[in-house]
Design a protein around this ligand. Sequence first.
Ligand code: CMP
Length: 140
Amino acid sequence: MGNITFVMIKPCAVSHEHIGEILSIINKAGFHFVSIKMLHISKSQAEKFYAVHAEKSFYKDLVEFMSSGPIVAAILQKENAVNDFRKLIGNTNPANADEGTIRKMFATSVQENAVHGSDSDENAVIESNFFFSQIERFYR
Ligand code: CMP
């Protein structure tokens, strides 16, 4: 069981001014911020980050969307971080997300679903390494 996960606040939630609310919910749920930054990723960076979905029908649209405006990227620390964070954000499709989850509150569609969270400990490490160097990390 790992103790970090990786999160992105997606362009839709950034443009709707939800950064502060989402970060506050994450903090109140007991996650410690190890690293955090705001940046605008290029198409080729989005392609690399989501390479695992390259064969999916939604891949091209996803890449366009994720490179359409700034995002907030962060590494979070907590016991059982990946699973606890997935519970906090809710189902990928906001129509199926539970009340009180971040996606229920802020997502507008399955693509514009407000936040990304790692789906495994292995991917949490890979995704964290994609965005942050070791000297940008402040563990508890
Ligand atoms: P995320 O958790 O970032 O991982 C992959 C993303 O692909 C997902 O959230 C959605 O934003 C996007 N996506 C678009 N269409 C679909 C779909 N039909 N099923 C799953 N993910 C989708």
